[in-house]
Write a protein that binds this ligand. Structure first.
Ligand code: AMP
Ligand code: MN
Ligand code: ZN
Length: 541
C-alpha cells in the first residue's frame, strides 16, 4: 500500500487545495467589500479582468543558444568567479581570485571574491538613524523602464550611483537549464522602477558592481539567499551593503516572513503568487508579468524605511545587518565540488551526496536495485549536463521510478512504461534500455551497492562512512515531500509510487534502523534543524 510518507503527501496536497480555494474566496469577498466600503484600504496586483496566467505552454527557443559564452557544465574545476574588475575593493582582484586548498570536507575552491569587503565595509550610517518614511510613487500611474541595451544600462547605472538605497529582485528559470538562468532583474529607486533583461545583457551587467559593491548604497532585497547565488553565477555580480528584509521580518517577530505579508501590511498592496513560477524567459514579457515583477521592488524602499525605524527602536539593527552579511557572502559551487559538510555559505543545486537514496526511500525501492537507480541517475545527469537541461526535464523522478519498476531491456519496453513519455526518454529509448540491461547484469552478478560497485566511487564511499548524514537526508526528504511535490511542472507521467508494493520502508528498513549508530537524541535534533530549514525556505517567498 501507500507509504506513510506518500499518504502524508496526499493529505498535504488535499489540504493545500482546500486552503487555496478558501484563500481565493476570502480574497474575492474582501475585494468586493473593499470596492463598496473603502476603496483606499488595499490595492490589488490584478484587476479582475486581467488575472489569467497564460496557460499555453508554448515552446520557447532556449536563450542559452544565443549566449556569447556558451554554457559549459563539464565542471573540470571548481566554479571560478566571473569577476573581471573589482570596483570598491579593499582587497585587490588578484588577491581575491585565489584557489583555496582543500580542507576538511571542503574541496579546493575559489572564495567569494567580495567576502572581505562584505564582512569589513561599514554600512551607510543612514541605517542607524530613524527617518520619516518616504512614500512610494503611485503604483497605477508609474511604469517600469525596460533595460535591454548597454546604452540604457549605463543611463540606469548613472542614476543608481547617486542613491542612498535601491531595491533589487530577480526572476529565474530552472526547468530548461542544468544550473538554471537569470531572466530578469528588477531595480527600484525612489523615483523609478527598472526591469533589466538579464538574458539580453548577461555579459554586460558586471558594470553594475560599481553600484552593487558600493557600501554606501544600501541594497534592499527580500529573502536574498538565492538571488546572491544567481547574481554571481550568471552575471559576476556581488552585493556589499545588503539589507535583507526577510531577516528584518524575523528579527521583528512578524507572524509571517514572506514578501506578500510585508506588501500587504506596510504598503497595503495585495500581490498574487501565481506569477512566481511563470516562464520568465518569454519575450516580450506580458503586461501581467511585468506588473508582477515591478511590484516585487516598487514598494520595497518604503517598506525598508518603516522596518528600519522599527529595528532601531527595538535595538535589532545590528542583528539584521549581521544576518544580511551572512547572506551576501554566500558562494555558488558546482555539484562536483560540493562540500561534504553542510554549509550555509555554499550553494550547489545538488545538496546531497547520495540523491538517489532519498528517492529510493520515497518510493520504497528495494535495496538490491540501488545499482539500477544509480545508473539511471547518472545517465540523466550526463544528458542534462550535455544538453543544458534540468535533470527533472530530462527524466522526472516518476518516470525514473517507473523504469526501475518495469526494468525494460529494449526500446519498445522503455516507450511503453507510461502513456506520456518525456522527450529525452523517448529519443533515447535504446540507450536507456542498455543502461537498464547493464545494471541488471551487474545486480545479478552479485555486486552489492555498498561493496565492489564502481559507478561513482566518491559518492559511494561517502555513503558508507557517515551514518548520521543518512539520517539527515532521510528525514529532510520526508519533510520536503510533505511540502512540495517534486518535478511537478513537466510531463504527466502516471504516478508511480505504488509500483513497489509490500512493506513500507519507513518502519521496515533494517539497514536504516538497526545499524547501532542512530541515537534517538541525534534524530530529534536533526529533525528540528531540518524542519526549521525547510520552514524558512518555504515561507520566504
Ligand atoms: P521571488 O523572489 O519571489 O520573485 O522569486 C524569484 C524566483 O524564485 C522566481 O522567478 C522562481 O524562479 C523562484 N521561486 C519563487 N518561488 C518559488 C517556489 N515557491 N518554488 C520554486 N521556485 C520559486
Ligand atoms: Mn526574490
Ligand atoms: Zn521576484
Amino acid at each position: 500500500g501507500l507509504s506513510v510518507n506518500e499518504s502524508w503527501r496526499q493529505v498535504g496536497d488535499a489540504l493545500d487545495t482546500v486552503l487555496e480555494k478558501a484563500d481565493k474566496y476570502i480574497d474575492e469577498t474582501k475585494r468586493a467589500r473593499n470596492s463598496l466600503v473603502n476603496e483606499q484600504s488595499l490595492q490589488y496586483l490584478d484587476d479582475a479582468a486581467n488575472s489569467k496566467v497564460s496557460s499555453t505552454r508554448k515552446r520557447i527557443t532556449k536563450p542559452q543558444l544565443a549566449f556569447a559564452t556558451p554554457v559549459d557544465n563539464s565542471e573540470t574545476g571548481p566554479f571560478k568567479p566571473l569577476l573581471s574588475t573589482k570596483p570598491h575593493a579593499l582587497k585587490s582582484l588578484q588577491d581575491s581570485l585565489v584557489l583555496i586548498p582543500a580542507e576538511e570536507g571542503v574541496p579546493e575552491h575559489y572564495g567569494n571574491p567580495y567576502e572581505y569587503e562584505i564582512l569589513n565595509q561599514e554600512y551607510n550610517t543612514s541605517l542607524l538613524e530613524k527617518s520619516e518614511p518616504i512614500p512610494s510613487k503611485d503604483w497605477t500611474s508609474t511604469k517600469g523602464l525596460w533595460v535591454d541595451s548597454v546604452t540604457t544600462l549605463r543611463a540606469m547605472i548613472e542614476s543608481l550611483k547617486v542613491q542612498t538605497e535601491i531595491a533589487v529582485d530577480l526572476e529565474h528559470h530552472s526547468l530548461r537549464s542544468y544550473y538554471a538562468i537569470n531572466c530578469l532583474m528588477q531595480i527600484s529607486t525612489r523615483e523609478q522602477d527598472y526591469l533589466v533583461d538579464t538574458i539580453a545583457l548577461r555579459d554586460s551587467l558586471q558594470e553594475l558592481n560599481q553600484v552593487f559593491c558600493n557600501p554606501t548604497i544600501t541594497k534592499v532585497l527580500h529573502g536574498a539567499f538565492m538571488d546572491i547565488i544567481w547574481l554571481q553565477r550568471d552575471l559576476g555580480l556581488y552585493v556589499v551593503g545588503l539589507f535583507d528584509t526577510y531577516h528584518a521580518s524575523r528579527a521583528l517577530g512578524f507572524p509571517k516572513h514572506g514578501l506578500a505579508y510585508l506588501l500587504e501590511t506596510f504598503a497595503h498592496f495585495k500581490t498574487s503568487k501565481k506569477y512566481q513560477l511563470a516562464d520568465w524567459r518569454v519575450r516580450p514579457l506580458t503586461d501581467p508579468l511585468l506588473a508582477y515583477a515591478r511590484s516585487d521592488t516598487h514598494f520595497l524602499l518604503n517598506i525598508f524605511d518603516q522596518l528600519k525605524n522599527k529595528l532601531i527602536e527595538a535595538g535589532k539593527m545590528s542583528e539584521v545587518l549581521y544576518e544580511s552579511r551572512g547572506v551576501a557572502r554566500r558562494r555558488f559551487e558546482y555539484n562536483k565540488y560540493r562540500p561534504k559538510v553542510m554549509s550555509g555559505n555554499v550553494y550547489c543545486t545538488e545538496e546531497r551526496a547520495t540523491p538517489w537514496k532519498s528517492l529510493m526511500n520515497n518510493y520504497n525501492i528495494p535495496y538490491e536495485l540501488e545499482p539500477l537507480v544509480i545508473s539511471l541517475f547518472e545517465w540523466r545527469d550526463a544528458v542534462a549536463r550535455r544538453e543544458d537541461e534540468s535533470p527533472a526535464f530530462v527524466m522526472p523522478n516518476q518516470t525514473l521510478v517507473t523504469l526501475v519498476s518495469a526494468k525494460p531491456v529494449d526500446a519498445a519496453g522503455v516507450l511503453s512504461v507510461s502513456s506520456v513519455v518525456p522527450d529525452y526518454v523517448r529519443t533515447n529509448a535504446k540507450a536507456l534500455a542498455n543502461v537498464v540491461k547493464s545494471a541488471l547484469k551487474l545486480i545479478s552478478s552479485g555486486a552489492s551497492a555498498n561493496k565492489s560497485f564502481s559507478m561513482e566511487p566518491s559518492s559511494l564511499s561517502e555513503m558508507s562512512n557517515v551514518v548520521s548524514r543518512e539520517t539527515v537526508e532521510y528525514f529532510s526528504t520526508l519533510f520536503a515531500s510533505l511540502k512540495k511535490n517534486e518535478d511537478s511542472e513537466m510531463c504527466k507521467v502516471p504516478s508511480a509510487q505504488n509500483v513497489f508494493d509490500g512493506s513500507s520502508k519507513f518502519f521496515g528498513n533494517s539497514e536504516f534502523w538497526n545499524n547501532g549508530f542512530v541515537s534517538y537524541e541525534l534524530t530529534k535534533r536533526v529533525l528540528a534543524n531540518e524542519k526549521d530549514k525547510e520552514d524558512r525556505k518555504s515561507e520566504m517567498y
